[in-house]
Design a binder for this molecule. Structure first.
Ligand code: GLU
Ligand code: MG
Length: 429
């Protein structure tokens, strides 16, 4: 199956006989512009294209993955790819082209590459989780060999598993893989979600990456860890003399991300219920702050070893915390890179690091001086910020289509109560 992960964070595509693969690398499968307007509930409330137009979904060898759990069931093979126009030009709305062009710009104009790891939290539904087992070994025991099945599949498919852990909420887990360069990291994130869902289904359970399962509950975050390096792989984010250890190269990039925080959420936290997660005291993010080791910062400077002689430059990294799995990783990362690029071009200066507690104690003037504003409280508010953004994060056809798609989704469920809505999103993601 040639696939892509779309505006709705859904992996959609078309299958063909594997023996045709040689020619399909080039010719792909037929695709329709309006397909990207299918929202996460399977509806198309509005579309700029109607029934017209034709595209090609072209599998990319780098996106190739075979899921074979060795249990006798038919292996699943899906290949992530690009959506092109019929003349082979990149389609303006393709999420993977969106990320590719941002990464190419970062390298061409600034000689920088991004090393990235998406950290995923999910909830396993279908059994009664034991109360009080937060972070507990008991919580792992309850899901039997699911962790081994997932870790082995990640390993076999080259995703380089890092950790698997019981999270705070009953039935909630986290799985991480090692960092990779931008495009590969985003592909890994899509593959990882599919691996986890497929593995849980084999046990008769359902893994959901939905941002939150009930109002006031604990969120399932996707934390995007990233660091900058040159084309030879030399890490460039760290400078022991820089503010909080941030190098002069990384500072404007981070400043750009923070300055675009509100519009960025539209892409990184793109569901109606995402904004139930982006609340204070939820270990997610609620204001556009830079935080040193603060788990409620929009961008957190992650801890590094303080032991003498530690290889700090290589492990020094940032974590963007306002993302969730309703977002296609290529869109979330593509938008983050574009915000960073804007900061690099503007030579933006790094705001001072302040935890949410310090932010709360700041005067209005201090907050303004540090560019700290509240994140949107709803998808609708976030969409207004994206609309008001002058093409930095998204432009032209893609921006118009994305706004239409997301406004359609919000409109469709405007009258649905929050708990029912959480239930719907839990089914989808
Ligand atoms: N579950 C939290 C979130 O929604 C994150 C908890 C953690 O820091 O691991 O982002
Ligand atoms: Mg976590």
């Amino acid at each position: 199956m040639a696939c892509y992960s779309d505006f709705a964070g859904q992996v959609r595509g078309k299958g063909f006989p594997a023996r045709e693969l040689e020619e399909r690398w080039e010719k792909g499968v037929g695709w329709t512009p309006t397909n990207i307007m299918i929202n996460c509930f399977g509806a198309i409330p509005a579309t700029p294209w109607g029934a017209s137009g034709d595209l090609t979904l072209r599998p990319d060898p780098a996106g190739d993955i075979t899921l074979d759990f060795g249990d006798g069931a038919a292996p699943e093979r899906f290949i992530l790819g690009y959506v092109d126009a019929l003349d082979g030009a990149p389609w303006s709305c393709c999420p993977r082209h969106y990320l590719r062009t941002a990464l190419e710009e970062l390298e061409r104009d600034f000689g920088l590459r991004l090393r990235v790891a998406f950290e995923h939290e999910f909830t396993c539904l279908g059994f009664e989780p034991r109360l009080g087992a937060a972070y507990g070994q008991e919580s792992i025991r309850q899901i039997g060999d699911l962790p081994e099945i997932i870790l082995a599949a990640l390993d076999r498919t080259g995703l380089e598993p890092d950790t698997f852990l019981p999270e705070y909420s009953p039935g909630q887990y986290e799985v991480t893989v090692r960092p990779a360069l931008g495009m590969e990291a985003a592909d890994r994130a899509v593959k990882l979600r599919q691996i986890v869902r497929a593995a849980a289904a084999r046990k008769g359970w359902r893994a959901t990456f939905a941002p939150i399962l009930r109002s006031g509950g604990v969120g399932n975050g996707v934390h995007i860890h990233f660091s900058l390096e040159d084309a030879a792989g030399k890490p460039l984010s760290y400078d022991p003399q820089g503010p909080q250890g941030v190098s002069a190269v990384a500072a404007p990039f981070i400043a750009g991300v923070l300055a675009h925080g509100r519009a960025l959420c539209t892409v990184t936290a793109p569901s109606v219920v995402s904004y139930e997660r982006l609340r204070p005291n939820a270990w997610s993010a609620s204001v556009t702050n830079l935080g040193k080791r603060d788990r409620e910062a929009l961008v957190r400077i992650c801890p590094v070893s303080e032991k003498p002689g530690a290889a700090v430059a290589r492990s020094f990294n940032f974590e963007y915390r306002a993302a969730d799995a309703a977002a296609t990783p290529h869109l979330a990362l593509g938008a983050l890179v574009r915000a960073g690029l804007h900061g690099l071009r503007a030579k933006a200066s790094l705001p001072r690091a302040a935890s949410v507690i310090e932010v709360a104690a700041m005067s209005e003037a201090e907050r303004a001086a540090n560019g700290i504003v509240a994140l949107p409280k709803s998808l609708g508010e976030a969409l207004d910020h994206l609309e008001g953004d002058p093409g930095t994060l998204m432009a032209g056809d893609m921006k118009a289509a994305y706004l239409m798609h997301k406004r359609g989704e919000a409109g469709q469920v405007a009258a649905t109560g929050i708990d029912q809505l959480c239930g719907l999103y839990a089914q989808v993601y």
